[in-house]
Design a protein around this ligand. Structure first.
Ligand code: BDR
Ligand code: CA
Length: 313
């Protein structure tokens, strides 16, 4: 690996996506080649707009933002305004962005980027439904061996689901896309709910951001305050799970996470368990290991890292 690691962030912001993007843009170890938006938490026109708002908040209007799929591959779009608010980014008051959306489609950008970089040079960080990445893999299968790895927030196993009893939102929204990705042969690092439900935005931790007093940190505190309300009530805990930044934190400090390699298969047939990630944790089948599934996180260091990095923006 060179000095910096080249990444593309595929995302549906979302307050927790936004914090993940801020963490990436605050980290000199990472070279963000582009941000690709997908429909998920809110429809595509809002996710691409929110991605640009966050780049400008970070003082990085030079980052290229591309719009991708406006709906899942097969099923109808399911959104999560009840969690993220009408805009997807409720909480802080962020100005309309001045930076333009790129003209190229996100799927073309993903393919072009992988084809023009060396094999194993580009990492895909997925923070939303996997539609864009699956469409790219289907349209140009030659990209699969070129991806260094996919680091993904999605799925759950021991922890169950957060949108149905068995499915996590990102996988549930586009289970067919997730199925394509898990069968692609690309190395996958998976941050399921089993990890993210241990990364809670407690009042003290949000105060840690607020006390920094900078514009970015205050906006972060407001996003987290908004975002945690729904989950606090749902799970009866202090703070909501901060899902997506786990992906970026893994690139910076992989030792914060532990898990094991196993087979992950996605349910695409049963309505009852649609989008469930069936994880062969105990290796009771002969199915090939296709993902490093994380289960534990050093959550204190995770929040320390976030505060350190966001302080620098
Ligand atoms: C995932 O769903 C979205 O609401 C969050 O942004 C995160 O990516 C958690 O299930
Ligand atoms: Ca997300």
């Amino acid at each position: 690996m060179g000095k910096t690691r080249k990444i593309v962030i595929d995302t549906d912001p979302g307050q927790d996506d936004a914090v993940a993007i801020l963490l990436a843009l605050a980290s000199p170890e990472l070279d963000v080649l582009g941000i690709t938006a997908v429909a998920g938490n809110v429809p595509l026109p809002l996710t691409e707009l929110n991605a640009r708002k966050i780049c400008e908040l970070a003082g990085r209007p030079d980052i290229r933002v591309f719009a991708g799929a406006s709906r899942p591959m097969v099923r109808d779009l399911v959104t999560a305004e009840h969690v993220h608010g009408k805009t997807g980014l409720d909480g802080p008051d962020l100005p309309e962005p001045e930076m333009m959306l790129m003209g190229e489609h996100a799927v073309d950008f993903i393919i072009d980027t992988l084809m023009k970089h060396d094999e194993g040079e580009v990492t895909l960080c997925t923070l939303g439904p996997l539609t864009n990445v699956a469409l790219a893999l289907v349209r140009e299968p030659k990209i699969a061996p070129r991806v260094r790895e996919i680091v993904m927030m999605g799925g759950g196993f021991f922890e169950g689901g957060n949108v149905t009893p068995t499915a996590e939102f990102n996988i549930y929204v586009d289970p067919h896309a997730a199925d394509v990705v898990f069968r692609s042969g690309v190395p996958i690092v998976m941050m399921p709910l089993d990890v993210t439900h241990k990364a809670l935005t407690t009042a003290d931790r949000i105060a840690g951001f607020r006390n920094l007093g900078t514009r970015v940190a205050l906006a972060t505190a407001k996003m987290l305050e908004y975002f945690e309300r729904f989950d606090e009530e749902k799970y009866g805990i202090d703070g909501g799970p901060l899902h997506d930044p786990c992906v970026i934190a893994y690139l910076l400090e992989p030792h914060l996470f532990s898990g094991r390699e196993c087979n992950v298969s996605v349910e695409t047939a049963s309505e009852l368990t649609m989008g469930m990630t069936v994880i062969d944790w105990w290796r009771v089948t002969e199915k090939p290991k296709n993902a490093l599934v994380m289960r534990e996180i050093d959550h204190d260091r995770f929040f320390e890292l976030l505060v350190e990095r966001i302080a620098a923006l």
